[in-house]
Design a protein around this ligand. Structure first.
Ligand code: ACO
Length: 436
C-alpha cells in the first residue's frame, strides 16, 4: 500500500497499486486534521491498522483539548492553570458537564444538587462488609460503583435524560463517600457519614480522617490542595479509561457499569496506578546517591524498569498538570511543616538529572502529573493504595461528561474495532485420540 497523501485541504488520496480513493479530511476547532476513514472498508475492503490508537481519533468531542507538544491542557477551552488557580472542583464539574462556567446561581444550584446526593444507600455498608479487610481499595471501588446499578436502578435507563442526569449527579456526589468508605474499611474504622455543610474536598477529608471519638477540622490549605488535585485529574480527553467508558457505554450499558469499567482500566500501573508506582520507586531508590544507578536501569532495554511518573503518550513536553502538582506539593509540605522529605529530595534530583540526560531529552520524556502527586497525597495522610482511588474519584466527572456526550450524539453507534488476523487459517477438527 502506498502512503495516504494529502492532496487538498479537504480530501486525501489513498493509492493502492492502480486504484485510488478520495478520503474526506475533517478539521476541528484546534488540533490536527483527521482523515475520515469511516467508509474505507466498504470502498476498499481494507481496514486500517493502529494498535494502541496512536494515530486514531476515536470520536468527535467538545470537552477537553490537549496539545502534547506545547504542554497545553484545556477544559472546554479554559487552560487548566486558570481553572486550578481560580475555581473549585464543582465549578470544573459543571464546566465539563454543561460546557460553560456556571453563573453564581447555577453554581449554587449545582453545589446543592451534588450535596443532596452524598449519602449512599444504607445497605451499601453491608455490601462493603463482604470484602476482606486487606482488599485493595481499588478492588472495592470497582465493585461498589458497579453495584450502584443494583442500588439505584431508578437511574439506569439511559434513554431518559432525567435519569442520565440523576445518575451523573449521584456518581459525582457519592464517589467521595464510597472512596472514604473503602479507606475506612481497610483500616478497620467505622464509616463516617458525609456532612453537607462542608465543601466537596473538606467533606471528603473529614470522611477519611474523622473518627467518632475525635472531630476532624479540615485545614483550608489542605482542602484547597485536594480540591486542586481533583481539578487536575478531572478529564484528559480520550485516554485509556475514558475510551473504556465510551466503549462500554456504546453498547447501551448503564452508566454505573460504564464508570466501573473505567475504574478497572484506571487501576493499571501504566495509567492511574503510576502515582503509587512512582512513590514506591522513590522509596526503592532510597537516597540521592543511588539515582544514577536507577537512571542507568531505566535506559537499559534489557531491564524492564522504567522511571515511573515519567513520559506520557500525549505530552512530549512538561505535563502542565505536573507543574501545578509540584507547586501544590510544596504548599502542602510547607503547611504541614515537613521541612525535609527525603522522597521529595530524591524526586527533585531525579527530575533534574533526567531532564539533562540525552536518553530522556531525545525521547521527550518529562515528569507527568503522577511524579509529584504521590508525595503530596502521602503528606496529606493517604496510604499509597488510596492514590488511584483519589484519581478515580476526580476522573468520574470526566468519564461521565464523555459518556453523556456520546449518548447524546444522534450518530452514536456501538464501538467495534476490527483486527489484523494472524492466527491459524481454517482447519479440520481432529479427535483427541489422533492428536500428537
Ligand atoms: N522510563 C524510561 N524509558 C521510557 C519511559 C520511562 N518512564 N517512558 C517511555 N520510555 C521510552 C521507551 O522505552 C521508548 O524508548 P525506545 O523508543 O528506545 O523504544 C520511548 O521512551 C517511547 O516509549 P513508549 O512506551 O513507546 O511510549 P508510550 O506513549 O507507549 O508510553 C507511558 C507512555 C505508558 C506513559 C510510558 O511513558 C510509561 O510507561 N511511563 C511510566 C508510567 C507512567 O508514569 N504512567 C503515567 C502516565 S500519566 C497518567 O496516566 C495520568
Amino acid at each position: 500500500m502506498d502512503a495516504v497523501s494529502k492532496t487538498s485541504p479537504t480530501t486525501a488520496t489513498l493509492k493502492v497499486g492502480d486504484d485510488s480513493w478520495e478520503l474526506p479530511i475533517l478539521s476541528g476547532t484546534i488540533g490536527p486534521d483527521v482523515v475520515d476513514i469511516g467508509k474505507l472498508y466498504g470502498q476498499t475492503g481494507m481496514f486500517t491498522y493502529d494498535p494502541g490508537f496512536t494515530s486514531t481519533a476515536s470520536c468527535e468531542s467538545q470537552i477537553t483539548y490537549i496539545d502534547g507538544d506545547a504542554g497545553v491542557l484545556l477544559y472546554r477551552g479554559y487552560p487548566i492553570e486558570q481553572l486550578a488557580e481560580n475555581g473549585d472542583f464543582l465549578e470544573t464539574c459543571y464546566l465539563l458537564l454543561y460546557g460553560e462556567l456556571p453563573t453564581a446561581a447555577q453554581k449554587a444550584d449545582f453545589d446543592y444538587r451534588v450535596t443532596r446526593h452524598t449519602m449512599v444507600h444504607e445497605q451499601m455498608s453491608r455490601f462493603f462488609h463482604g470484602f476482606r479487610r486487606d482488599a485493595h481499595p481499588m478492588a472495592v471501588l470497582v465493585a461498589s460503583v458497579g453495584a450502584m446499578s443494583a442500588f439505584y436502578h431508578d437511574s439506569t435507563d439511559i434513554s431518559d435524560p432525567q435519569q442520565r442526569m440523576i445518575a451523573s449527579i449521584r456518581m459525582i456526589a457519592k464517589m467521595p463517600t464510597l472512596a472514604a468508605m473503602a479507606y475506612k474499611y481497610s483500616i478497620g474504622q467505622p464509616f463516617v457519614y458525609p456532612k453537607n455543610d462542608l465543601d466537596y474536598a473538606s467533606n471528603f477529608l473529614r470522611m477519611c480522617f474523622s473518627v467518632p471519638c475525635e472531630e476532624y477540622k479540615a485545614n483550608p490549605v489542605l482542602s484547597r490542595a485536594i480540591d486542586r488535585i481533583f481539578i487536575l485529574h478531572a478529564d484528559h480527553e480520550q485516554n485509556a479509561s475514558t475510551s473504556t467508558v465510551r466503549l462500554a457505554g456504546s453498547s447501551g450499558a448503564n452508566p454505573f457499569a460504564c464508570i466501573a469499567a473505567g475504574i478497572a482500566c484506571l487501576w493499571g500501573p501504566a495509567h492511574g496506578g503510576a502515582n503509587e508506582a512512582a512513590l514506591k520507586m522513590l522509596g526503592e531508590i532510597g537516597s540521592v546517591d543511588r539515582i544514577p544507578e536507577y537512571i542507568k536501569r531505566a535506559k537499559d532495554k534489557n531491564d524492564p524498569f522504567r522511571l515511573m511518573g515519567f513520559g506520557h503518550r500525549v505530552y512530549k513536553n512538561y505535563d502542565p498538570r505536573a507543574k501545578i502538582m509540584q507547586k501544590t506539593c510544596h504548599e502542602v509540605l510547607g503547611e504541614l511543616g515537613i521541612k525535609d522529605d527525603p522522597l521529595l529530595d530524591i524526586a527533585v534530583e531525579l527530575e533534574r538529572i533526567a531532564l539533562q540526560d540525552e536518553y530522556f531529552v531525545e525521547r521527550k520524556l518529562y515528569p507527568n502529573i503522577d511524579f509529584y502527586s504521590g508525595i503530596t497525597l502521602r503528606a496529606l495522610g493517604f496510604p499509597t493504595a488510596m492514590f488511584t482511588v483519589l484519581f478515580a474519584l476526580a476522573r468520574t466527572v470526566g468519564w461521565i461528561g464523555q459518556w453523556k456526550e456520546m449518548i447524546e450524539d444522534p450518530g452514536q453507534r456501538i464501538g467495534r474495532p476490527r483486527q489484523l488476523y494472524t492466527g491459524a487459517v481454517q482447519r479440520d477438527y481432529t479427535s483427541i485420540a489422533r492428536r500428537k
